[in-house]
Write a protein that binds this ligand. Structure first.
Ligand code: SAM
Length: 197
């Protein structure tokens, strides 16, 4: 590994936010999956969770295939699969993570309201079906990006980017990108993994 490469990896790892994640609930289109991972990388998300689409014609039960572009994002954002959004949300909550479901309901709030400096997971829904009602119900908060046009919803990757950059804004203001959030051991392990693929 060159010194320049080592420096770059250190810079990126110093800004990784291990307590900020996304949970993609049956996002089935590869270009959306890929775009969400690229945004995760840009914002500093270390880990993304994904429930493989079950109802997809593109390939039920498997994660959306990666194209060349997404392949590069996948290298830097760990993707862990989960069987369903409900149990995944419960698992995260049990670890003290607030789950924010992107879902329009009676209790939805503007996406800028929550405190994203807390351990947070953003639950994103499938292109066709959105977030399941059960997962939205147990989520700590339901959030929406206000829509003032004729169309009811945004593309899922656009919604993810909008919300993740709000999380980045709040975390920047709180100084969370100024000091490593990863332990020294995690930094070392990832430096090795990324530096010697
Ligand atoms: N028919 C689906 C529904 O009723 O939920 C539309 C799903 S939308 C195309 C796909 C996903 O993008 C949603 O599940 C959510 O994660 C995200 N999304 C789209 N528009 C949003 C908005 N205005 N606020 C928050 N999330 C949004």
């Amino acid at each position: 590994m060159t010194p320049e490469r080592y420096e770059k990896i250190q810079r990126v790892l110093t800004r990784r936010q291990p307590d900020l994640s996304v949970l993609m609930d049956e996002v089935n289109k590869p270009h959306n999956f890929s775009a969400i991972l690229r945004t995760c990388d840009a914002v500093g998300v270390l880990r993304a969770y994904a429930v493989p689409p079950q109802r997809s014609r593109e390939g039920a039960g498997a994660l959306p295939t990666f194209n060349a572009t997404s392949g590069s994002a996948e290298k830097w954002v760990q993707v862990e699969t989960r069987p369903d959004a409900l149990s995944a949300a419960r698992e995260l909550q049990a670890r003290g993570v607030q789950v924010l479901a992107t879902h329009l309901s009676q209790r939805s709030v503007d996406y800028r309201e929550p405190d994203y400096t807390r351990p947070t997971c953003l639950l994103l829904g499938a292109e066709k079906w959105g977030v399941s009602d059960a997962a939205a119900e147990i989520a700590d908060v339901n959030i929406v990006i206000p829509m003032f046009g004729m169309v009811q919803s945004l593309n899922v990757s656009v919604a993810a980017a909008t919300i993740l950059f709000e999380a980045q804004r709040q975390r920047l203001a709180a100084g969370m990108y100024d000091r490593p959030q990863l332990s020294a051991a995690e930094m070392q392990a990832l430096t090795f993994e990324w530096g010697y693929p």
